[in-house]
Ligand binder design. Structure first.
Ligand code: FES
Ligand code: FES
Length: 171
């Protein structure tokens, strides 16, 4: 067994796992963080994208042991208790997702992009999400949403506070 400790969404988490356990298995099966999706499980679809030490990675390709001592951000760590992250707000406002399966991965790829490049071109955005396959949307609204989020994060538009939906609440 491999004993590991890492920072997940700002919390120190530990586990003892078989050495072949992937980071995706660790998040989903040991920590019950199911936002990172298991699509292809071989590095092709990007549905499992999380951010490790600031860089987007395919969690299905990374061993859990490689995340020991590192900081992992999953989609569950993006919104605060009170409000969505501006990227999530922009995706919601632009209706940029349909089934939503690819959403956590796309949004985290966008977050990593906007942290290293606050004013990306459409080409930069296309490159950043090129590893995230979406079967539903055609990507246009996602790109518009990421541009909108970039403007909000640069302070050029007034951010609309969108409350985090409460499960079971009536619309
Ligand atoms: Fe990891 Fe598809 S599930 S890239
Ligand atoms: Fe369905 Fe992207 S919204 S796969």
């Amino acid at each position: 067994m491999t004993n590991l400790t890492l920072n997940v969404n700002g919390e120190i988490r530990s586990a003892s796992v078989p050495p072949e356990t992937t980071l995706l298995d660790l998040l989903r099966d040991y920590f019950s963080l199911t936002g990172a999706k298991r699509g292809c499980d071989v590095g092709d679809c990007g549905a499992c994208t999380v951010i490790v030490d600031g860089k987007p990675v395919n969690a299905c390709l990374m061993l859990a042991g490689q995340a020991h001592g590192r900081a992992v951000l999953t989609i569950e760590g993006l919104a605060t208790r009170e409000r969505l992250h501006p990227i999530q707000t922009a995706f919601e406002e632009r209706a940029a997702l349909q089934c939503g399966f690819c959403g956590p991965g796309v949004i985290l790829s966008a977050k990593a992009l906007l942290e290293r490049n606050p004013n990306p071109t459409v080409r930069d955005i296309r490159d950043a999400i090129s590893g995230n396959l979406c079967r539903c949307t055609g990507y246009t609204k996602m790109i518009e949403a990421i541009q909108e989020a970039a403007r909000a994060l640069r302070g050029e538009t007034r951010e609309r506070a969108v409350p985090v939906p409460v499960e079971g609440a009536r619309p």
